[in-house]
Ligand binder design. Structure first.
Ligand code: P6P
Length: 340
C-alpha cells in the first residue's frame, strides 16, 4: 500500500485547514482583554474582498468595465469598479463599532464615522479600493490595499489621527484579484497568505510566516519613464541588464509586489518628470505594502537611508518614491542611487 493510500492518520500530518476567520479568532485569543473590535474590522475586510472579487470577475458580463467619465481626487480616470469597490468597503466598515475614521484613495476627505460623543472608536482604516483598476478592461492584475492605524485621540482634529507614519500600522494587507483571489495579511508578527475557495466562500490559509527570497535577478518598474528617472536609477538599470536581470511589470503594485514576495526581486516607482515625488500614495499603497515586505524579511525605502515606514505624513494623499523587495536586490538599487 503506497503512502498516499494510507489513511490520513498514518501519514505525515497534512497542512491544517485554517480559514481567515479562524486565523482572526486565533489571533484575538492571544489578547484576552480584546474587545473583538479589531477582529470585526478584519472580518469586514474579508467580506469586502469576497464581494469585490465577485464584481471583478463578472465585470465584463455585467458591463461594469470602463470609466465613469470623471476623474478622482488623484486626477486619474475613475473606473466604474473603483466606485463599486469603494462603496462596498465604506458600507462594510461603517457597520463596524471599532472604526472611527475611513480614508480612501477615491475620497478627497476622510469619512468620520463617529464623533467624540460616540465612545471609544479605536481604529482608522485606509485603503486603495481597487489598485491598478486601469488593468480591468484587459483582465490584468488588480487589487485592494488596506492599512489599519489606532485612532490617536490626542489629535485636535479627528482626521489628523490619520497622519501617522507607517511604523504605527497595527495591520496591513492586500487582496489580489488574479488567477485566484489572494488575501495577504500582517498583524505585525509575520505575514500569512490565504486563497479564496469559491466552492465554500472562505479564504483558506496557504502560507504562514512568509519569508521573501533574499535575492532574485528580477526588477519591476515602468521603463517607459526611464529617461526621466534620476541618474542613479538609470545606472542601476544599466548594471542590472548587464548582469542578466529580467524585467516584470504588471502595472498594478499589488500584482508586482505579490510576485516579488513569493519569488524575490525589487519593485520601484522612482521620481519622474510627471511625478517628481513618485506616483504611489504613501498612506494606502506604499506603507501597507512596505509593512508586508518588511514583515517578510524584505526592505522598503523611499530613498537611500529613508525607510518608507518612517516617512512623516503631512497629507493623506501624499505621494512617495518606492523601492521595496528582497534585501539584496534593494541594496543593489541603493548602491547605484548613492553612487550619484
Ligand atoms: P504607471 C496603479 O495605477 C498604480 O497606482 C500602481 O498600482 C502601479 O504600480 C502604478 O500605479 C502604475 O503606474 O505609471 O506605470 O502606469
Amino acid at each position: 500500500m503506497s503512502a498516499s493510500e494510507l489513511p490520513l492518520s498514518a501519514t505525515a500530518p497534512r497542512r491544517q485547514i485554517v480559514t481567515l476567520q479562524a486565523h482572526i479568532l486565533q489571533q484575538q485569543a492571544l489578547h484576552p482583554g480584546a474587545s473583538g473590535d479589531f477582529s470585526w474590522i478584519l472580518s469586514a475586510l474579508s467580506i469586502s474582498a469576497k464581494m469585490i472579487a465577485s464584481q471583478v470577475r463578472r465585470a465584463r458580463l455585467e458591463d461594469v468595465l470602463g470609466g465613469v467619465g470623471n476623474q478622482n481626487v488623484q486626477g486619474e480616470q475613475q473606473q466604474k469598479l473603483d466606485v463599486i469597490a469603494n462603496d462596498i468597503l465604506l458600507r462594510t466598515l461603517s457597520g463596524r463599532e471599532g472604526v472611527a475614521i475611513v480614508a480612501s484613495e477615491e475620497n478627497e476627505e476622510p469619512v468620520i464615522l463617529r464623533d467624540e460623543q460616540t465612545g471609544d472608536r479605536k481604529y482608522c482604516v485606509l485603503f486603495d479600493p481597487l489598485d491598478g483598476s486601469s488593468n480591468l478592461d484587459v483582465c490584468g492584475a488588480v487589487g485592494t490595499i488596506f492599512s489599519i492605524l489606532r485612532q490617536d485621540r490626542r489629535s485636535a482634529k479627528q482626521e489628523d489621527s490619520l497622519l501617522q507614519p507607517g511604523t504605527q500600522q497595527v495591520a496591513a494587507g492586500y487582496v489580489l484579484y488574479g488567477s485566484s483571489t489572494v488575501f495577504t495579511l500582517t498583524l505585525g508578527k509575520g505575514v500569512d497568505m490565504f486563497v479564496l475557495d469559491p466552492s465554500i466562500g472562505a479564504f483558506v490559509r496557504v502560507e504562514q510566516q512568509m519569508r521573501i527570497p533574499r535575492a532574485n535577478k528580477s526588477y519591476s518598474l515602468n521603463e517607459g519613464n526611464r529617461l526621466t528617472f534620476p541618474e542613479g536609477y538609470q545606472k542601476y538599470l544599466h548594471w542590472a541588464q548587464e548582469n542578466g536581470y529580467s524585467s516584470r511589470y504588471a502595472g498594478a503594485m499589488v500584482g508586482d509586489v505579490h510576485r516579488i514576495l513569493l519569488q524575490g526581486g525589487v519593485f520601484m516607482y522612482p521620481p519622474t518628470k510627471k511625478a517628481p515625488n513618485g506616483k504611489l500614495r504613501l498612506m494606502y499603497e506604499a506603507n501597507p505594502m512596505g509593512m508586508i515586505v518588511e514583515q517578510a524579511g524584505g526592505k522598503a525605502l523611499a530613498a537611500p537611508g529613508q525607510r518608507l515606514l518612517d516617512v512623516p505624513p503631512t497629507d493623506i494623499h501624499q505621494r512617495t518614491p518606492v523601492i521595496m523587495g528582497s534585501p539584496d536586490e534593494v541594496d543593489h538599487v541603493i548602491r547605484h542611487l548613492q553612487s550619484g
